[in-house]
Design a binder for this molecule. Structure first.
Ligand code: KG4
Ligand code: ZN
Length: 338
């Protein structure tokens, strides 16, 4: 059989990305991260759409060049239809539709949240893959979900955040401490040097497997205001302990819900993804759960955890194999449930 090459495009938030896959192998995965948002302390949708518009053609060219593939060899074009920022999604969607039309190859729409999960099936000889059924927890600046995955295309959301995503909880806490955006990696860094039990923050009471992080942000705000009034240098002098305590609280919340999901379903394979999967604390907690609770845990390579087109490409390939194509009337969807 001839080899199938899929070009994939991701533009749901602030990263413009294109990848070329040959079946489940990633030949290239180019990501243009938009630096412009840093100075605003968060993603500005209007600026994101414009940057996608500028980046998309060069990024696709680079992905093809790195894969050493001519566009005429492509078997299909996969793209992120949603969920995400509408203006951002429109750029990738329109580009993918036009290219598929021009090359006369099938078009394949991909749900971004499913892609974060199916990223676990990207070929990586160093990594074992989960087997069905498994639990997937997607944790990033935009998402917080626990999903039961029965097969590639049968997924059920068991719980999700009712307000902020977990990455936002990290970033907003960091901002309150005066750290630059995105603060998550810095909280992780300082937390390693601090005492996780130095300060107590209340955990939210949320039923079932849903999450809430907005209350935590508020309690950190009041805590810091109170302490800084007594000692203006409080944050500076205690940054390690504050970060360790905040991170500890966030990880407790995540691990408690994961434990509940495992108990409810009896499934002990736990796969995580999203930018927050880079956190050293969550990695340590999962390792611990392997030893004490007999879980099997899975974390993809970091470049497949954060937003990237390779994960869109793996879904593209799996859908291609099943003949799950999309017609040219498809439109982007800002809200798009799994
Ligand atoms: O997946 P991602 O790159 O983009 C989306 O939000 O979709 O995730 C970025 C998020 C940010 O909130 C960032 O602060 C967080 O992941 N993050 C971390 C770490 N590395 C990235 N949070 C905690 N610890 C880390 N080491
Ligand atoms: Zn994402």
């Amino acid at each position: 059989a001839t080899k199938k090459y899929i070009l994939a495009i991701e533009s749901s938030c602030d990263d413009t990305s294109a990848a070329v896959l040959c079946h489940t192998n990633v030949l290239s995965n180019v990501v243009a991260t938009q630096e412009i948002h840093k100075q605003y302390g968060g993603v500005v949708p209007e600026l994101a759409s414009r940057a996608h518009q500028q980046n998309i053609v060069p990024v696709v060219h680079q992905a093809l060049a790195k894969a050493n593939i001519d566009k005429k060899e492509l078997s299909a074009i996969a793209f992120t239809r949603g969920p995400g920022l509408m203006g951002s999604l429109l750029v990738g969607t329109s580009f993918a539709k036009s290219l598929a039309l021009g090359l006369n190859v099938p078009l394949i729409e991909v749900n971004h949240m499913e892609a974060h999960i199916l990223a676990h099936f990207i070929e990586d000889e160093n990594k074992p893959q989960p087997t069905f059924p498994f639990l997937a927890m997607t944790i990033s600046g935009g998402h917080t979900q626990i999903v039961k995955v029965t097969d590639h295309f049968t997924m059920e959301v068991l719980g999700e955040t009712l307000d902020d995503a977990v990455g936002e909880a990290f970033d907003k806490s960091a901002k309150l401490m005066g750290l630059p955006y995105p603060g998550g990696p810095l909280v992780d860094k300082y937390a390693k040097l601090g005492n996780p039990n130095a300060f107590d923050f209340p955990k939210p009471k949320v039923d079932g497997l849903n999450f809430s992080f907005s209350g935590l942000k508020t309690s950190i705000l009041y805590f810091l205001q109170r302490e800084t009034q007594k000692n203006p240098k409080f944050v500076e002098e205690n940054i390690n302990d504050i970060c360790a305590s905040v991170q500890h609280t966030i990880l407790d919340i995540l691990m408690e819900k994961l434990q509940m999901a495992v108990d409810q379903t009896g499934i002990k394979q736990v796969a995580i993804g999203g930018g927050v999967a880079a956190n050293s604390g969550i990695r340590a907690r999962l390792k611990e759960a392997e030893e004490t609770l007999g879980w099997q845990t899975f974390i993809p390579k970091f470049e497949y955890c954060t937003d990237n087109a390779a994960m869109i490409g793996i879904v593209g390939y799996l859908k291609f194999e099943k003949g799950k194509f999309t017609d040219q009337s498809v439109a982007a969807k800002a809200r798009y449930a799994i």
